[in-house]
Design a protein around this ligand. Structure first.
Ligand code: PLP
Ligand SMILES: N[C@@H](CCOP(=O)(O)O)C(=O)O
Length: 405
């Protein structure tokens, strides 16, 4: 398949065989560009309409030419959430639950493509910085591929389940005395100096896997497009990737419009929201991001330039929510719809509610919220925000008392 890398800033083009993460001329972010006419010519519409969704269903739009390193990622449920919609006050709400991926987050979509690409390029070791989920996914796909993985985590700020995954799947886990942004700078330096393949979202190939969320949403809505997609934003790769997916379906003539991309951050870590609200060209990095949603505790999102463009060109918006608001949304998802998510994921629903209350999102819109990670990722947060279980003597009287009084 024909494709190449193109700088989003200066337009410089690079061969698909080059091992680069940013533009060699201006250091801008890179995009993967395909020959859409060729893809269109060879597109199997019958397969597209009838095969069950999964990342590799869309392999004609993915930059991998080998048998992929896969553990059946994607094909996550799109739930119609009428009780939650009623509580928020909108007509039609869906939740795309990415927590149902093999490692419990959307990162698997990126890593199945990213680690496959590493193998195709002949790389022997992979690495990332992570707030947790990226490291879990890298460890698992590295294990499946049979190559070592190195993960740098901000010490003391990663949810337990994610560290457990990275350790058990055999990654070299290194705690950095700093935040995620510090860890990312460090791992970029390492990968520039050593033959280690960087698989954070600055790697344009990894983001290609994540655009399949858009393809699946269209697929699962019977080849229609929602008015709006709302999702959490941290390092800002996912909102960029999903927007690219929707754009590609329009380019290929599969759909005829795109949803408004709406990014949600927390009040303690919201550089993208501030830039959108002020109309600034760039973000101002935040030095000390802080939030209960450790997955998006990020002050200097590396994909900010792509994400700001995605939000603006899709006529979307961005909003911040408090930790209290996201915990309430996490409970609503769990108790009204049976959808268990980690704190960062619940920002999508909290943000939707806030934007509906503010009158910015119309009650008549069809909205898809993306819930990015599973509840079991962060059991400590769950325990800290829920009522403690009661302990009773093993008698029917004590049991009755505990239940009925
Ligand atoms: C659970 C979860 N939700 C949301 C995000 C934010 O995604 P992105 O960094 O692509 O903006 C992340 C990671 O950053 C995450 O782990
Ligand atoms: N939440 C992310 C942080 C950024 O990872 P990225 O590689 O997608 O930029 C994580 O899980 O580590």
């Amino acid at each position: 398949m024909k494709y190449y890398l193109k700088c989003i800033e200066c337009g410089a083009e690079f061969e698909k065989t080059e091992i680069i993460y940013t533009c060699k001329k201006c250091n801008g972010l890179l995009d993967v560009i395909y020959d859409y006419n060729e893809i269109k010519k060879n597109m199997d519409m019958n397969k597209l309409k009838n095969e069950a969704p999964s990342v590799w269903k869309y392999k004609d739009l993915l930059p991998v030419g080998i048998e992929p390193v896969s553990i059946r990622e994607g094909g996550t449920p799109l739930y119609k959430c009428d009780r939650l919609a009623k509580k928020i006050g909108i007509r039609e709400l869906y939740v795309k639950h990415e927590g149902m991926n093999p490692t419990g987050s959307f990162k698997d979509r990126g890593m199945t493509v990213g680690v496959s690409k590493a193998i195709e390029l002949g790389m022997k070791t992979v690495a990332c910085a992570s707030t947790g989920n990226t490291s879990a996914a890298l460890a698992i796909y590295g294990a499946k591929a049979g190559i070592p993985s190195v993960v740098l985590l901000p010490a003391g700020k990663v949810a337990l389940g994610k560290i457990g995954q990275a350790l058990m799947h055999g990654a070299k886990v290194i705690m950095i005395k700093g935040n995620f942004d510090d860890a990312l700078l460090l791992v970029r330096e390492l990968c520039d100096q050593e033959p280690i393949y960087l698989l954070n979202s600055i790697n344009p190939y990894r983001l290609e896997g994540q655009k399949t969320i858009a393809f699946e949403i269209v697929d699962q809505l019977g080849f229609t497009v929602p008015d709006r997609v709302v999702l959490p934003v941290g390092n800002a790769g996912n909102i960029t990737a999903i927007n690219k997916g929707f754009k590609e379906f329009v380019t290929l003539g599969i759909t005829d419009r795109r949803p408004k991309m709406t990014g949600i951050q927390t009040a303690g870590a919201c550089p993208i929201v501030k830039a959108i609200k002020s109309g600034a060209k760039d973000i101002t990095p935040e030095k000390n991001p802080e939030t209960i949603a450790t997955a998006i505790r990020i002050g200097d999102p590396v994909n900010a330039r792509k994400a700001l463009a995605a939000i603006r060109e899709s006529s979307g918006t961005a909003e911040s929510v408090t930790d209290d608001e996201l915990v309430q949304a996490q409970k609503d998802l769990a108790q009204l719809e049976g959808i268990g998510v980690e704190p960062a994921s619940a920002t999508s629903v909290a943000g939707l509610k806030k934007l509906v209350d503010m009158g910015i999102i119309s009650k008549d819109e069809t909205v898809v919220c993306v819930t990015t990670g599973h509840l079991l990722k962060d059991p400590e947060e769950v325990i800290s925000v829920c009522i403690e279980p009661v302990t009773v003597e093993p008698t029917i009287e004590a049991l009755r008392k505990a239940i009925f009084s």
